[in-house]
Design a protein around this ligand. Structure first.
Ligand code: UD1
Length: 382
């Protein structure tokens, strides 16, 4: 039996873990034993527990309750606690997702004691090292033993950085295996869509059933912590929804709600309160998010995960960053990088309103079975 320790911590990782846990339960119950560790990077109910409740993920075997702190302190605290768990459990592999501080901390802890690392969502690059996530993903990739990339671009990035697609098992950190397997988030979006239709009441609750509406999320520190960017983004969103009389639902990360209280200019705040088309709400569960994404007209976001979900549900996406690691979305013409530029956001909105019926969404994220592929590859390696 293969023993893996899976490390999760931030909202999207909890959701991604659902796909692997489900594949283990359904296809590999006597081949893989999973020990789940939650670092506690996200801890608010609607950033963490809600996903366990609705996605059928087993409760974590360990909750390290690290919480929020500066990047260095948060990462340091996690390294110490994750090392203890790895020494206690002595797994065949440690599995990590994406690019958060939990991913980085786990990679450092594991590599120091030679626990082989499996990185899911490997190879993605924004080529902007000012983003903490870019450093996190590079460090994790370069200490991993098996790397699973969701896209052909991810595979190309790894090869450009010296990884070889010709390496053969047994894999080690010095002889890593790289695999293109599709995206576990597509597995989840396809699987949970049926439950969302049955169980989510968000469209009714927000009075959006059968109506056209827009969806937006903003949470990157680059946007929340810089007043000019935050004001420019909200000013554009306010104008777009108000002038076009189209509802914009904005489920916001707790840090964005906090930042708005102190950083949004008074004149804009007054205009936003008088705009009946802006619906600002706390962040929502995954099933609610799937409902909003699959029924809206268009999505504004600075999240990586939401850009992809826009694509899965065939919605145009306006990207509120200066670059993206999901470059296929832009190359296919279904995403426009508007950064925090008010005019670019408005122009992108009008462009997509005019052209949305002509967009094509070829299947670039696999077929919804990435998690099974990953499990089978891990089992084969030992
Ligand atoms: C983290 C990831 C980011 C990912 C995002 C998903 C890093 C460096 N960034 O960003 O890549 O896209 O998760 O959501 O790991 N807070 C709460 N409640 C919570 C958690 C956080 O109020 O449950 C607030 C705190 O003020 C905290 C701030 O949000 O300081 C930022 O949280 P943090 O975990 O540091 O990063 P995220 O922005 O969530």
């Amino acid at each position: 039996m293969l023993k893996i320790v899976t490390i999760i911590g931030a909202r999207p990782q909890i959701i991604k873990a659902a796909a692997l846990s489900r594949a283990i339960r359904n296809h590999f119950p006597d081949k893989i034993k999973e020990v789940l560790v939650h670092t506690g990077q996200h801890y608010d109910n609607n950033m963490s527990q809600v996903f366990f409740d609705e996605l059928g993920i087993p409760e974590p075997d360990y909750n390290l309750e690290i919480g929020s702190a500066s990047h260095g302190r948060q990462t340091g605290r996690m390294i110490e606690r994750i090392e203890e768990v790895l020494l206690e459990e002595s797994p065949d592999f440690m599995v990590v997702y994406g690019d958060t501080n939990s991913t980085l901390a786990a990679s450092i802890a594991a590599s120091k004691i030679q626990t082989p690392i499996v990185h899911i969502e490997a190879g993605l690059r924004s080529f902007n090292k000012k983003m903490p996530e870019e450093i996190n993903r590079i460090m994790c990739d370069h200490s991993s033993t098996m790397l699973f990339t969701p896209t052909p671009t991810g595979l190309k990035n790894l090869i450009n950085e010296g990884f070889s697609p010709d390496n053969k098992a047994p894999f080690t950190a010095d002889n890593p295996g790289i695999f293109h397997c599709g995206d576990v988030m597509l597995d989840n979006s396809l699987y949970f869509k049926q439950f969302a239709n049955e169980e989510s009441s968000i469209l009714r609750d927000l009075n959006l059933s059968g109506k056209q509406f827009l969806l937006g999320t903003i949470h990157r520190d680059n946007n929340t912590d810089q007043p000019e960017r935050l004001n420019s983004i909200f000013s554009a969103l306010n104008l777009i929804s108000g002038e076009n009389e189209i509802t914009l639902a904005l489920p916001l990360h707790p840090r964005t709600i906090k930042a708005m209280e102190s950083k949004i200019e008074r004149s804009l705040s007054i205009k936003m309160s008088g705009n009946p088309f802006l619906k600002i709400i706390p962040s929502v569960s995954f099933l609610d998010m799937i409902m909003l994404e699959s029924h809206c007209d268009m999505i504004f976001t600075d999240s990586g995960g939401v850009q992809k979900e826009a694509y899965f549900f065939h919605k145009p996406c306006i990207i509120l960053r200066s670059e993206t690691e999901w470059k296929e979305i832009v190359d296919e013409g279904n995403g426009i990088i508007a950064d925090a530029n008010q005019q670019a956001m408005i122009d992108a909105y009008h462009y997509f309103q005019t052209n949305k019926s002509m967009l094509n969404f070829p299947p670039i994220y696999g077929d919804g079975s990435a998690a099974e592929f990953i499990c089978a590859a891990m089992v084969k390696r030992v």
